[in-house]
Design a protein around this ligand. Structure first.
Ligand SMILES: NC(=O)c1ccc[n+]([C@@H]2O[C@H](COP(=O)([O-])OP(=O)(O)OC[C@H]3O[C@@H](n4cnc5c(N)ncnc54)[C@H](OP(=O)(O)O)[C@@H]3O)[C@@H](O)[C@H]2O)c1
Length: 341
């Protein structure tokens, strides 16, 4: 095994042009609990362009700067080396994981990655590495949103904002498993086809029609009983209006509270919940991280049973990641995109 590896490196915060392919030292096990992964594919997530722009080379304190960092918050690959305390995986195992990509912990835009062995688990047997790498972050986040925070019952009328995105198309499939009636917002026909394919009854093109009117006509009453906001910012504020009385709003994007939000939420008896799957990495909460690994195991089973599918938009080499970052930031991609290594 070479002592060097290729990686997509960021040396300063900035636009897609700060992504540079470098030859860097291959990482080594830090202690007996670590594994070395030969990364075969990495998910390209919105968090990557967000981190690249703002905090790519910073530690969590926002001040400690590093010379360079490697983005990429999830991936799939082969175990290449194990520490002496790692027993549940062996060299050659095909695994997937969520780990690193910011705050001083190198991510998966690289040929190799070191991480604690407890946080890798077997990838779905029925998926290749590229498709597998598309799933961990969105499958976990949508899981926490739908199953942990959504409290959705069969027959509930549910709205998914950003329905054709990475999170959206997975959340729609989970909601269909729960027997929900699903509406999703989209910006065009191809995205409308995608959300319908995965189980949405209603695709609302928010550029062409009022979401509130569409929900009223669909449910016969104002708003949806549960709203998943995977877009954030102005859409978070709008989502208060899209939520029915006694309804629930679940958000995954840090957004400003709307003016008059408290009054509206109280008036409607709304519940509002947030999901942040990155917190246990930052707070080093081992128990929650193991819980997240448990969710990835359940997701792998759903995939292998043919109950969960991922839609792949683009598969690119290192040199293509900048263009995917640009497209993701513009909301142009459908489903997920992947870096193949
Ligand atoms: N909190 C967490 O733990 C967590 C975890 C994962 C992701 N996230 C965040 O959740 C959000 C969704 O993630 P994702 O993977 O589903 O992203 P994605 O694949 O890019 O999908 C987001 C969708 O939002 C829609 N959209 C509407 N207005 C937009 C705008 N101004 N800019 C960009 N997109 C817009 C786009 O679809 P239309 O064109 O159809 O409108 C887009 O496809 C991201 O902000 C991501 O960072 C948070």
């Amino acid at each position: 095994m070479s002592e060097k590896m290729r990686a997509l490196v960021v040396t300063r915060p900035g636009g897609p042009e700060v992504l540079e392919v470098h030859e860097v030292d291959r990482p080594r096990l830090r202690d007996e609990h670590d594994v070395l992964i030969r990364v075969k594919a990495a998910g390209i997530n919105p968090a990557d362009w967000q981190n690249r722009k703002t905090r790519a080379v910073y530690d969590n304190d926002g001040e400690t700067t590093r010379e360079k960092t490697i983005l990429g918050i999830d991936g799939a690959g082969v175990v290449a080396e194990t520490g002496s305390a790692v027993h549940h995986v062996q060299i050659g195992d095909e695994v997937w994981y969520i780990d690193g990509g910011y705050a001083g912990n190198p991510g998966s835009y690289a040929e190799y990655k070191v991480m604690r062995g407890d946080y890798v688990t077997a990838k779905p047997k029925t998926l290749g590495f590229t498709d597998a790498a598309a799933l961990p972050v969105v499958a976990l986040t949508a899981w926490e949103a739908v199953f942990d925070k959504g409290h959705v019952s069969s027959g509930d009328h549910v709205l998914v904002h950003g329905g054709a995105g990475g999170l959206g198309h997975i959340a729609i499939q989970y909601l269909a498993m729960l027997g929900a009636k699903i509406a999703a917002t989209v910006s065009g026909d191809a995205k409308a086809d995608l959300v319908r394919k995965f189980g949405a009854e209603l695709a609302i093109n928010y550029r062409m029609e009022s979401v509130e009117n569409a929900l009223l006509n669909w449910r016969g009453a104002p708003g949806a009983q549960v709203v998943f906001d995977f877009v954030g910012h102005g859409n978070f504020a709008a989502s208060f209006k899209h939520t029915a009385d006694y309804g629930r709003l679940v958000n995954t994007v840090v957004s400003d509270w709307p003016s008059g939000g408290n009054a509206m939420a109280e008036w409607k008896n709304m519940e509002i919940a947030f999901v942040n799957i990155g917190l246990p990495q930052i707070s080093r909460n081992h128990v929650i991280r193991l819980r997240q690994v448990g969710i990835l195991k359940k997701v792998a089973n759903l995939v292998d049973e043919g109950k969960l599918r991922v839609h792949i938009d683009r598969v690119v080499p290192f040199e293509g990641v900048a263009e995917v970052h640009r497209a993701l930031e513009a909301g142009e991609t459908l489903g997920r995109s992947v870096l193949e290594i």
